[in-house]
Design a binder for this molecule. Sequence first.
Ligand SMILES: Cc1cc2nc3c(=O)[nH]c(=O)nc-3n(C[C@H](O)[C@H](O)[C@H](O)COP(=O)(O)OP(=O)(O)OC[C@H]3O[C@@H](n4cnc5c(N)ncnc54)[C@H](O)[C@@H]3O)c2cc1C
Length: 345
Amino acid sequence: MERAKVNQGIDLSAYEDVWVLGEQREGKIQPVTIELMGEGRKLADQLQKKLAVVIPGYKIESEVEKLLHYGADIVYYMSHPLLSSFSTDGYTSAFVQLIQKKKPEIVLVGATSIGRDIGPRIAARLGTGLTADCTKLEIDAEDGKILQTRPAFGGNLMATIVCPKNRPQMSTVRPGVMEKAIHQETAAGTMETFIPDLSENDIRAKLVEIIKEEKKQVNLTDARIIVSGGRGLKSAEGFHLIQELADVLGAEVGSSRACVEAGWIDASHQVGQTGTTVRPDIYIACGISGAIQHLAGMNESKYIVAINKDPEAPIFGICDYGIVGDLNDVIPAMIAKLTQKEVSI
Ligand SMILES: Cc1cc2nc3c(=O)[nH]c(=O)nc-3n(C[C@H](O)[C@H](O)[C@H](O)COP(=O)(O)OP(=O)(O)OC[C@H]3O[C@@H](n4cnc5c(N)ncnc54)[C@H](O)[C@@H]3O)c2cc1C
C-alpha cells in the first residue's frame, strides 16, 4: 500500500465534525468508545460542530443504536460480513473509505490494542498526522485547531502537539483517561449505515479461531476502587495483604512498575505511564513512592489514599488522605476496622 503524500496544500475548510472511531468485541460496544464520546462531545460543542461515532461490525444494529443515547449526532454503522471480527486490513480500509467520503476535522481513536494497530495506518493512508497516547485535548480558542497534550521524555514534560496543515487531526487516547459520556433516556441524532467496498482478498491475515485467555482478567480501567502495592511490600508475598484489603473493599489490585519488574505480580496490574491509566473513585497506594510515571496513570482518581512510612514521599504531595506508617501495621488495621474486628496499633 502506497503511503499518501502529506502537505499538499489541502482545503482545510472542507473538513468538519468530530469523530470517534468506536470499538466492538463480539458485538458488544467497548467502554473506551463511550469515554471518547464524552471527550468528543466537549470538543464538538466548542467548535459548534457535530459529533459522530463510527462502529464497524455485522448484524449488530441494535447494539450500535444504543450509542444514540450517549450524545452522538450521527452514528455511522459500517456494516459488512468481513467486519464482524477485527482485522487490521479490513478495519483500516473501511475507516479510510468513510473518512475520505465524509471528511471529518478531528478523529479520536482509543489507544487500545486495536486502536494502536489501525490508528497510524489510517493516518498514513490519509497523509495526515497522529498524536499517540494523549492525556488532554483542547480546542485552541484562536484558530480552532486541536491542542493534543501527551507525556514526553519519560513523563518529565508534557508536550502539546498540533496538526496545522493536514486533515483530519488524529489522536489516540488511552482507555480510562477521559470521562464517559452520560447515558440519556431519550435517543437523539441519526444512524446511517455505510457498506464499505471490501473483499476477502483485501484481508491478508485470516482469523482462524478466538481463544480466550484463561487467567482472571484484571479490569483496572472500570474499577471503582483500586488497592495498589509498590516496592514497599518487599516481596511477592506482600501482595497477599494487598489482595486481602482489596477483597474486603471489592477492589481490583494494582501495582507500581517496580513490583512488575521484580516479578512479584503480572504486568496486567501495572498502573502508570507504561501501564494502565485509571480513574477510580478511590485509589489506595501502599508502599508506592509516587514517581511521576506512576502518578501519570492514577492522578485523575477521585480520592487518593497513600500509605507510606516516609513522610517525605512524593505521593503525599498529591493524595487526599495520607497515612505515615508501616503498611504491615496500617493495612491489617484497616482490614480489621472494615470487618469490624477489634484493633490496636
Ligand atoms: C520510561 C519510564 C516509564 C515508567 N513507567 C512506569 C509506570 O507505568 N508505572 C510505575 O509505577 N512506574 C513506572 N516507571 C518507574 C518509576 O519511575 C518508579 O521507578 C516506580 O514507580 C517506583 O515504584 P515504587 O513506588 O513501588 O518503588 P519505590 O520508588 O522504591 O518506592 C517504595 C516506597 O515504599 C515505601 N516503603 C518502604 N517500606 C515500607 C513499609 N513497610 N510501609 C510503608 N511504606 C514503605 C518507601 O518509603 C518508598 O516511598 C517508569 C519509569 C520510566 C523511566
